[in-house]
Design a binder for this molecule. Structure first.
Ligand SMILES: C[S@@+](CC[C@H](N)C(=O)[O-])C[C@H]1O[C@@H](n2cnc3c(N)ncnc32)[C@H](O)[C@@H]1O
Length: 227
């Protein structure tokens, strides 16, 4: 389902206007709500815990990383908890993120991160042993198909794309805004939300096969392999 209220916005996740994402990262915490832009009907709100993003990776996330081969590319790495956990496991890892504050934070904890879009030039194209799309990052850019195609260009022949999808069977693209607890809004940006079925149908059309799906601690992870 596509929910649209006019031309697609060109903003970036949580950026512009009152900069709620950059401010929350500077504070190292707070709750951010992702919701449809404007007054029209759309999918429900999603809450993000910024403190969790700024904390260490959870035990579950470390176990997932242990199962992967390097080098690891973390798409939308945020403040870099997965990068720093990957590095502690001896995996070469690089993050990319469009948020200057997220990249500054990730570098501050010793991780390698580039301030750029995943759709821009990325080093080691075709050589990444694993690519991560966690924490709702399958929504990046507002097109699951375009994002899977881009990751397909970047992955190594025997690599793994680890995607976290929603536990519900959601499949929606919409103009979104990010809002902090004080009601400070970002500019609108395109976002997507996808459950297992939505991912599987896009994967088939973009050169991936879904090798496994795991429900772990209320989160759902799919491993995709290039075909
Ligand atoms: C839902 S947040 C997830 C944060 C992160 N995974 C973490 O653990 O902190 C989405 C992240 O994707 C980044 N992002 C959005 N669009 C992007 C793009 N086109 N390329 C790279 N990163 C992007 C945002 O800046 C944000 O840090």
């Amino acid at each position: 389902m596509t929910v649209s209220a006019g031309p697609a916005p060109v903003g970036l996740f949580g950026q512009g206007a009152h900069e709620p994402y950059e401010c929350a990262l500077r504070l190292g915490g707070g709750t951010l709500t992702l919701r449809p832009a404007g007054q029209g009907s759309g999918p429900g709100d999603v809450s993000f815990d910024v403190q969790g993003w700024c904390a260490e990776a959870t035990v579950l996330e470390v176990l997932l990383l242990q199962s992967l081969n390097g080098p690891v590319l973390d798409v939308g790495c945020g403040p870099g908890r997965l990068l720093s956990a990957a590095q502690s496991l001896g995996l070469a890892a690089l993050g990319v993120d469009t948020s200057p504050e997220a990249v500054r934070y990730a570098r501050g904890r010793g991780a390698r991160a580039l301030e750029r879009s995943i759709f821009a030039v990325i080093p080691q194209s075709g050589s990444w042993g694993s690519i991560l799309l966690l924490d709702g990052n399958i929504g990046i850019g507002g097109s699951v198909t375009a994002l899977l195609r881009r990751c397909r260009q970047l992955i190594a022949a025997h690599g793994t794309l680890l995607v976290e999808v929603e536990a519900d069977d959601v499949d929606v693209v919409f103009p979104a805004v990010l809002e902090d607890a004080e009601g400070h809004l970002s500019d609108p940006f395109c976002w997507a939300r996808a459950g297992t079925s939505a991912l599987a149908s896009r994967a088939e059309r973009t050169g991936w096969s879904v090798a496994s799906t795991q429900r772990l601690q209320g989160r759902v992870f799919c491993r995709l392999r290039p075909v």
